[in-house]
Design a protein around this ligand. Structure first.
Ligand SMILES: Nc1nc2c(ncn2[C@@H]2O[C@H](COP(=O)(O)OP(=O)(O)OP(=O)(O)O)[C@@H](O)[C@H]2O)c(=O)[nH]1
Ligand SMILES: [Mg+2]
Length: 244
């Protein structure tokens, strides 16, 4: 299959952030992008839906609006995994907390390493977190170090949901999480399957509009999938018939 990229953009309350995300990616990577799957749900605001309509006019062949059937952020991304057409898939946000300029670097590395996951890290950049809650930052540091030991990996940011995957890989994995811990699941399961993962540094900046859908207490639920996956066999991780 020739190289092409599906960009997954879940949206709840973003307007100019969503538009800017698509415009930057289109300007810097146009030829490589197969589609932008913009995933919305019943709670997505009218303002955001209006931006999707505008974007469809500007990029008629590339914008694929998708109404999610599974709930929450993980559900939105999992629905997109099911329909994406590209050889590679970028998972990101539409609130500008995932710097759209990085997509061109993901693509360059993915072309040289088509079987690998390329993922962004906020922990290898000076001032990698601008406006991050200090409690959450400390918790995040401890979490990253614990799981890098458990998974025997040098990765420094396994919870940041900004990565490019080979489509074949994400389609064969049996996914479980529906909420934000799904972002973590998308790295631990491939790691257990022996997938090569390359990290590139990025700066994280807090969103300028709307609010996060991830309350602080939910961060504790990330442990569950991290521990469970450690003990799974490879067969349990890859999708089997009747195992959806
Ligand atoms: N379609 C859809 N989009 C969602 C849902 N939950 C979150 N999103 C979008 O997914 C992106 C990431 O969600 P956020 O809630 O900002 O999560 P986050 O920034 O990873 O989490 P924190 O850093 O913990 O705040 C944003 O663009 C959201 O609008 C959902 O249930 N459905
Ligand atoms: Mg966010």
């Amino acid at each position: 299959m020739s190289f092409s990229v599906s960009i997954i953009l879940p949206v709840m309350n973003e307007t100019f952030s969503l538009r800017q995300t698509v415009e930057i990616i289109a300007a810097e990577n146009s030829a490589d992008i197969a589609e932008y799957i913009i995933v919305y749900c019943n709670k997505t605001t009218q303002e955001s839906l209006a931006i999707i309509t505008e974007l469809r006019k500007s990029y008629p062949d590339k914008i694929m609006p998708l109404k999610q059937t599974l709930p929450f952020l993980g559900g939105a991304v999992r629905d997109s995994f099911g329909i994406c057409k590209g050889s590679h898939v970028v998972m990101m946000a539409s609130d500008l907390e995932t710097d759209p300029h990085l997509v061109k670097d993901f693509i360059k590395l993915a072309k040289d390493n088509p079987e690998a996951i390329i993922t962004a890290t906020r922990w290898k950049t000076k001032g990698g977190f601008a406006g991050y809650n200090p409690m959450k930052l400390m918790f995040n540091w401890v979490f990253q170090h614990l799981f890098s030991l458990l998974y025997r990996t040098r990765l420094s940011d396994m919870t940041y949901g900004y990565r490019i995957f080979p489509a074949e890989l994400i389609k064969k994995i049996h996914w479980e999480e529906l909420k934000h811990p799904f972002l973590f699941e998308t790295i631990v399961k491939p790691l257990r399957l022996g997938t090569k993962v390359i990290e590139i540094p990025t700066k994280w900046e807090a969103r300028k509009e709307g609010e996060s859908q991830n309350p602080f207490f939910r961060n504790f639920i990330y442990f569950r999938i991290g521990f469970k996956t450690l003990f799974y066999s490879k067969n349990r991780i890859t999708r089997k018939k009747g195992n959806h």
